[in-house]
Design a binder for this molecule. Structure first.
Ligand SMILES: Nc1ncnc2c1ncn2[C@@H]1O[C@H](COP(=O)(O)OP(=O)(O)O)[C@@H](O)[C@H]1O
Ligand SMILES: [Mg+2]
Length: 355
């Protein structure tokens, strides 16, 4: 389930302003990927390019053997059905209650009967935790509920790819954590390819299987979370560790004299903090796209920062993982003692995970 998106040499400008250039990355099928970057680096423009709402100047977006920017309008329409999108503003119709908002794509794009529509809408509302709120108008609910409603609407046509633009913008830390948990659970449930755009570092550090970083009109890096979270590349290190020292300044790029002054003072972005355990599904299930903690580091001879993969109960998840996987295997439930049975918190839990 879920399909891969392969982007090659993608460039987008508006007039003389180049937003980003030569972006190449493969978003793996069924996994959760996060695209991180300072405000204004063109993250929303990237998502809109992926669904064909904006046309890139150069480059390819491959979904299977279809190159989106080169598809005729008729085929593009077909391919767009693979995508569910939650835009930054949620884009709910203010005059419609949540039920009708979520039902809208079904009534518009399918010939389903109202009883079928009802079944699908209620199922999606359940997935995002909104059952009971279906008669409310968007104006009557909190920002977090609006995002959830937008998410339910993005799911009604059973997308293979889910694009989410800044799910955490405007939400308090608790609602952000709850929404992050919902997205991890959703990924386990529907198995679609997720691409989440955010500038929230905590979301980027704890939620995804893969992280990409857009900075100064370039995709600095894209890869497994452990690769980015152990990277010594200054921009990656500064951004993922939320430091003020480094190449990123208030005006987005610091000038050479500022960087030289920092170097002269002996300031550097500091040591890497531990890689936190990844946010697990709330029922402890292992997502199909999830990687074993420490696997990338081990495979690439990288020593993760001290204290990595240790949760707030002091468990080291590189060590625990094989036992945990065995305990989650079908039929293992009765035999699983391994310290997991009766544990109210299934799987790794980190301080601040998902916040
Ligand atoms: N339709 C458009 N026409 C012209 N410029 C645009 C358009 N959409 C976005 N931009 C510009 O592209 C840049 C990146 O915008 P955006 O993708 O919204 O950034 P982000 O989502 O990373 O905060 C901004 O400078 C913005 O003004
Ligand atoms: Mg944006």
């Amino acid at each position: 389930m879920g399909v891969e998106i392969r982007v090659e040499g993608l460039t987008k400008s508006f007039g003389r302003q180049t937003i980003w250039q030569d972006v190449s990355l493969t978003v793996p099928a069924g996994e959760i990927s996060v695209l991180l970057g300072p405000s204004g680096t063109g993250k929303s423009v990237f998502l809109k390019s992926l669904v064909g709402l904006l046309k890139p100047d150069r480059g390819h977006i491959w979904i299977g053997d279809r190159d989106l920017p080169r598809l005729p309008e008729s085929k593009l329409y077909e391919t767009r059905k693979l995508f569910g999108v939650l835009f930054q503003d949620g884009a709910l119709f203010g005059s419609m209650n949540l039920y009708d908002n979520v039902a809208f794509p079904l009534r518009e794009h399918t010939k389903k009967s109202e009883s079928q529509v009802r079944q699908i809408v209620m199922e999606k509302l359940e997935l995002v935790g909104l059952v009971g709120a279906e008669r409310k108008l968007p104006g009557e609910i909190s920002g977090g509920m609006k995002k959830r409603a937008g998410l339910a609407r993005a799911l009604v046509l059973d997308p293979e790819i889910l694009l989410v633009d800044e799910p955490d913008s405007g939400l308090d830390p608790v609602r952000t954590a709850l929404l992050n948990q919902t997205m991890v659970d959703l990924n386990a449930e529907i198995g679609a390819t997720f691409l989440i755009v955010t500038h929230d570092i905590n979301t980027a550090r704890t939620v995804p299987d893969n992280i990409g970083l857009l900075f100064l009109r370039e995709l600095v890096m894209f890869g497994p979370r452990e690769m980015l979270l152990s990277s010594e590349e200054p921009v990656v290190r500064q951004f993922l560790n939320a430091r003020t020292v480094g190449p990123i300044g208030m005006s987005e790029e610091k000038d050479v004299s500022e960087l030289e002054a920092e170097a002269a003072l002996g300031r550097d972005p500091g040591r890497l903090p531990p890689i936190p355990p990844q946010l697990m599904t709330s029922d402890g299930r292992i997502r199909p796209g999830q990687h074993a903690p420490g696997a990338w580091c081990a495979a690439h001879g990288v020593t993760p920062p001290a204290g990595s993969f240790v949760d707030d109960l002091g468990r080291d998840w590189v060590e625990e993982w094989p036992r945990y996987v065995a305990s989650m295997a079908p039929g293992a439930a009765a035999a699983a003692d391994g310290g997991f049975a009766g544990d109210p918190r299934p799987g790794p839990s980190a301080p601040g995970a998902g916040r």
